[in-house]
Write a protein that binds this ligand. Structure first.
Ligand SMILES: [Mg+2]
Length: 366
């Protein structure tokens, strides 16, 4: 791919309102932007979507920066890479750190698309020109008011972040707006074995799915719950690799998988999980990380694959941020978001704004 240099930036984007889950409050969104430049002057963009604290998975912005500069970037600079799928093979000796890996691999995919003059969606075998948008409501959102507005905007699915004990109240509040709205809850692993009976009561509420009820790594309790309830269990934090997805389906621990490019270690793994689930007749959807337009563009490309048959955490640039680092910004139109068709991620980066929000940066040369 004739890679010349790699540039890392830590940026911080102001959020319109804090994003709150039972685990943490995000007032601003720090991210790492990875730029891979080739000798022809083209730039591929990737993004590391780890959070500042290890509440979602163990990775943080600081650990990702460290692993990128000490381990992953040297691998790319000392090898000749012809295609982005080679990068996961080259970084196999680095244990874990999927988000750091995904950020760099994402930049390679964007650059490769630009070199080949093909959109990322086309490179992956995407079949959709637009994908369905889904809203995520954090604990700061006023449910009745916000769900009403988001419904009017056209969102096709409503995911509620919940706190144990308040789920029924939250779900009922949304149902007063429209009893037929597709609602799911995301527990982010907050239940334990002693909540099994409580989770049975949620089975009667007509939810489209319950996402990640138990902690990551526990395929056993998810399997027990899925055997006992008819509401589909969806796994998020539990699936950090292709192997995790295989275990989850072999053990019948879930009926749906949330694929996040960052959490599973990159686009190559995301596509492999998609294909594996498709062969098994298990639907998938694309999860979000409160990310910038660079990640959103990567997400739209992966969500254009055929088995992404459930609306994901996909929204326009304006859902969380006053201003995005790409232009034109990603917009939702009647519940659908267009999949970029230009080469690579298919969006332009706003260099001036990117510079304005950059807190630190470092360039690595071959
Ligand atoms: Mg989740």
């Amino acid at each position: 791919m004739e890679i010349d240099s790699i540039h890392l930036r830590k940026i911080e984007l102001p959020l319109k309102v804090p994003f709150v889950t039972h685990q943490a409050t995000l007032e601003k969104r720090p991210l790492i932007i990875v730029e891979v430049k080739d000798t022809g002057g083209r730039t591929g963009y990737g993004e590391v979507t780890a959070f500042p604290h290890p509440f979602y998975t163990y990775e943080t912005i600081a650990t990702a920066w460290h692993v990128l500069e000490e381990q992953l970037i040297p691998i790319v600079l000392r090898n000749e890479i012809d295609h982005p799928v080679e990068f996961p093979k080259l970084n196999k000796s680095i244990q874990g750190h999927p988000m750091a890996k995904a950020g760099l691999e994402g930049a390679l995919w964007d650059l490769y698309g630009k070199q080949q003059q093909k959109s990322l969606s086309e490179l992956l075998g995407g079949v959709r020109k637009s994908v369905a948008a889904g809203a995520v409501l954090s604990l700061t959102d006023s449910l009745e008011e916000d769900v009403g507005l988001l419904k009017k905007e056209g969102f096709q699915r409503f995911k509620l972040k919940v706190v144990k004990g308040n789920e029924i109240e939250a779900i009922q509040a949304v149902k007063t707006i429209d009893p037929y709205l597709p609602i799911m809850i995301d527990a982010n692993g907050q239940y334990t074995e002693s909540d099994m009976g409580h989770l049975h009561t949620l089975d009667k509420l007509g939810l489209t799915m319950i996402e990640q009820p138990f902690q990551a790594g526990d395929f056993y309790l998810h399997r027990r719950l899925q055997r006992a309830i008819s509401t589909p269990v969806c796994l998020d934090e539990s699936v950090m690799s292709v192997h995790d997805a295989q275990q989850a389906l072999e053990l019948e621990s879930c009926q749906i998988i949330n694929i996040k490019i960052s959490r599973v270690g990159g686009m190559t793994a995301a596509q492999m999980i998609h294909d594996y689930c498709q062969e098994r007749g298990v639907p998938v959807w694309c999860g979000g990380m409160v990310e910038s337009g660079i990640s959103k563009a990567h997400n739209l490309a992966v969500a254009s694959l055929p088995n992404f048959s459930i609306p994901g955490d996909l929204s326009g640039s304006g859902r969380y941020f006053h201003k995005d680092i790409i232009h034109p910004e990603i917009v939702m139109n009647r519940g659908e978001i267009a999949v970029p068709q230009e080469p690579g991620i298919g969006v332009e980066v706003d260099d001036d704004y990117l510079e304005e929000v950059t807190q630190k940066s470092r360039t690595f040369h071959r």
